[in-house]
Design a protein around this ligand. Structure first.
Ligand SMILES: *C/C=C(C)/C=C/C=C(C)/C=C/C1=C(C)CCCC1(C)C
Length: 258
């Protein structure tokens, strides 16, 4: 199918890139998320809650920089692919994901209270997923691109499996509040993250069934949901407060809820 069939967007900057509409909207959503979490976390004194805020504010913060750079056409390159011609590749995404996906996993690992080795393994395999995806996106033959996609997808399955098994059973040792927030966020992560390799393989990086405009729109919706949506659910939960099963629940902890 002609990759331009499913094209959508608006050439905001007038430089021939209709996908800039979605990149601009993505930048705005990420900025709103960043400032919303920042304001919400301003007066928080609980030590554990502050840790979650710091991590969760960084995520849309990093993504707004990546989106703004892609909007202006920085972090965009052309790759000559045998049999497919010239592909436009926004590689700034991978720089964003390399930092933001480990931070999202760190939030889940803190909820589950797993040890450093588990956190290290989870983040290591996650980084492997992003780096192999980037290599695939920059590869010059379809065989190489699909091979790297498979490599990256296997790494993703390992990460998601680890979340649904090890981390989930560790989370079961914690309060009902933490368990419920952990479960909600894990389901959200399983569903949203699985959509990324699918979009990549049907999009311009893979089969080219979906054009760059639709692909950029859908990645934007996924990114905003997986970062701002995720942060919204996490930070409004009392699960981020210090252990409620501690011997003396102090009045100071309650103030961090709002
Ligand atoms: C905020 C950004 C998030 C949550 C990004 C998540 C990205 C992925 C789960 C990407 C996975 C990929 C594969 C499994 C294979 C193809 C290449 C990727 C990088 C799109």
């Amino acid at each position: 199918m002609d990759p331009t069939v499913l094209q959508a967007g608006f050439d905001v900057l007038g430089d021939g890139r209709p996908e800039t509409l979605w990149l601009g909207i993505g930048t705005i959503f990420m900025l709103i998320g960043t400032f919303y979490f920042l304001i919400q976390g301003w007066g928080v004194t609980d030590k554990e809650a502050r840790e979650y805020y710091a991590i969760t504010i960084l995520v849309p913060g990093i993504a707004s920089a990546a989106y703004l750079s892609m909007f202006f056409g920085v972090g965009l390159t052309e790759v000559e692919v045998v049999g497919r011609g010239t592909l436009e590749i926004y590689y700034a995404r991978y720089a964003d994901w390399l930092f933001t996906t480990p931070l999202l996993l760190l939030d889940l690992a803190l909820l589950a209270k797993v040890d450093r080795v588990s956190i290290g393994t989870l983040i290591g395999v996650d980084a492997l997923m992003i780096v192999t995806g980037l290599i695939g996106a920059l590869s010059k033959t379809m065989l190489a691109r699909y091979t790297w996609w498979l490599f990256s997808t296997i790494a993703m399955i390992v990460v998601l499996y680890f979340l649904a098994t090890s981390l989930r059973s560790a989370a079961k040792q914690r309060s009902a509040e933490v368990q419920s927030t952990f479960n909600t966020l894990t389901v959200l992560t399983l569903v949203l993250w699985t959509a990324y390799p699918i979009l990549w393989i049907i999009g311009t990086e893979g089969a080219g069934v979906v054009g760059l405009g639709i692909e950029t729109l859908l990645f934007m919706v996924l990114d905003v949901s997986a970062k701002v949506g995720f942060g919204f659910i996490l930070l409004r939960s009392r699960a981020i407060l210090g252990d409620t099963e501690a011997p003396e629940p102090s009045a100071g902890e309650a103030s961090a809820a709002d």
